[in-house]
Design a protein around this ligand. Structure first.
Ligand SMILES: Cc1cc2nc3c(=O)[nH]c(=O)nc-3n(C[C@H](O)[C@H](O)[C@H](O)COP(=O)(O)OP(=O)(O)OC[C@H]3O[C@@H](n4cnc5c(N)ncnc54)[C@H](O)[C@@H]3O)c2cc1C
Ligand code: FES
Length: 384
């Protein structure tokens, strides 16, 4: 297997992950002759246990077709990296598509599991997967918007506010994301950083990864520019039916959807104990630290714990020094009575999921996440 190239930041600078957050490998598979055969056809899919049925046209993935027809299968990245869309193939055959081996292991695949954001049908299918009722009725829309406001909050973080066309509002759940569509049709996912009640503008927190879109934002984009987006997507949002205390875990711009969730919870008067752990390498990574401190000062049920892994001497850091998910484990060796929402660096999310479930007794169904995986295509196939 080929190891993906290390990430680079703005102007070729490497983005350094804390060393314990290790890299992942990709699986690429495409049975071209069978796909060519299936390309012209449509397939019927039955979802279990609901019995819902929908049609997949042409080259659509199972997830894309389900969302188009209003069936809200659990999903996150939509590019085979996070594992959120994993479900069971009960009957029929699929092309598994391109995905990361960390999202679907060989053993899981042998046991009949698949990632529906990558899988394409080779005939009619029967599948078993989670459908998310709360997202029902929220329409995925393609819309233009205008850049209303840009604020550089750190060397590599820009807060951008977008205005929708007159009389238009976007319906979404706090925690969901949208896809910005670039002029040449590429898609880049960004979480909505404000809750829907907060007004007409959509807020994004964009990190400069040195890629196509983030460089555009940092080097060329101006107020009044027009962008196009599609959304909302994702099933990362606060489950409001329960009463369990909540651990919110963010790294870097993973704070964006967490901010929306917290603002929504305050606005809705949710009676939940919430504890936010926000991690970065350096002080500047906590680019809205004062806001989180204000939430903690104003809301007795809310606590904020900032955590740095590699502060510089001039950061003058006297706070917690750790990897952010390890700080949670130090404070909560028993997470069996908690719900966790984790967002940001995919390697942090992956480590948190594994450690919280295996070592702290968190119930698997109580871990919700959005991993900020890069949109760029995975590397070419490994020789098989
Ligand atoms: C559901 C979801 C929500 C997201 N929300 C946000 C958000 O709110 N704010 C935000 O800043 N990002 C977010 N991301 C991540 C963002 O969509 C990707 O990083 C995207 O690829 C950035 O586009 P780009 O054109 O700048 O870089 P690309 O052109 O896609 O990538 C160029 C190169 O930059 C590096 N790179 C790109 N992205 C990353 C990354 N995430 N980590 C490490 N290296 C990377 C890689 O080396 C890559 O090859 C989200 C991702 C997902 C899946
Ligand atoms: S792996 Fe399918 S949504 Fe992330």
């Amino acid at each position: 297997m080929r190891i993906p190239a290390p990430p680079t930041g703005s102007r070729g600078r490497r983005i350094r992950y804390p060393t314990c957050y290790t890299r992942r490998t990709h699986v690429r598979e495409r049975s071209l002759s069978l796909r060519a055969f299936a390309f012209e056809m449509s397939s019927q899919v039955t979802i279990q246990p609901s019995g819902h049925r929908f049609t997949i046209d042409g080259d659509e993935t199972v997830l894309a077709a389900a969302l188009r027809e209003g069936f809200n299968l659990a999903h996150g990245c939509r590019n085979g990296a996070c594992g959120t869309c994993k479900g069971r193939l009960i009957a029929g055959a699929i092309d598994y598509g391109n995905y990361q081996s960390s999202a679907l292991s060989e053993a899981e695949r042998a046991a009949g599991l698949a990632l529906f954001c990558c899988a394409r049908p080779l005939g009619d299918l029967e599948i078993e997967c989670r459908e998310i009722a709360a997202v029902k009725g929220i329409r995925i829309r393609k819309m233009p918007c205008r850049v209303e406001h840009m604020q550089r909050k750190a060397d590599d973080v820009m807060i951008v506010r977008l205005r929708l066309p007159q009389n238009e509002r976007l319906q979404y759940l706090a925690g969901q994301y949208l896809d910005i569509i670039t002029q040449d049709g590429q898609r880049r996912s960004f979480s909505l950083a404000n809750a829907a009640h907060a007004g007409e503008l959509l807020e994004l927190h964009i990190r400069n990864y040195g890629g196509v879109f983030s460089r555009h934002v940092f080097e060329r984009m101006k107020v009044r520019d027009i962008l196009r987006f599609e959304g909302p997507y994702g099933t990362f949002f606060l489950r409001e039916e329960g009463a369990k205390p909540v651990i919110l875990l963010a790294s870097g711009t993973g704070f964006a959807p967490i901010k929306a969730i917290v603002e929504h919870a305050f606005h809705a008067g949710a009676a939940r104990l919430m504890r936010l752990y926000w991690g970065g390498r350096r002080r500047a990574d906590l680019y809205l630290n004062e806001l989180a401190e204000r939430w903690a000062a104003e809301h007795p049920d809310f606590a904020y714990i900032p955590v740095l892994s590699e502060p510089a001497p001039d950061d003058g850091w006297g706070g917690r020094l750790d990897l952010v998910h390890r700080a949670v484990m130090a404070d909560f060796p028993d997470l069996s009575g908690y719900q966790v929402y984790a967002c940001g660096n995919p390697l942090m999310v992956q480590a948190a999921r594994a450690d919280f479930i295996q070592r702290c007794g968190l119930q698997e169904a109580e871990f919700f996440s959005d991993a900020f995986t890069p949109a760029s295509a995975p590397p070419p196939p490994a020789p098989r």
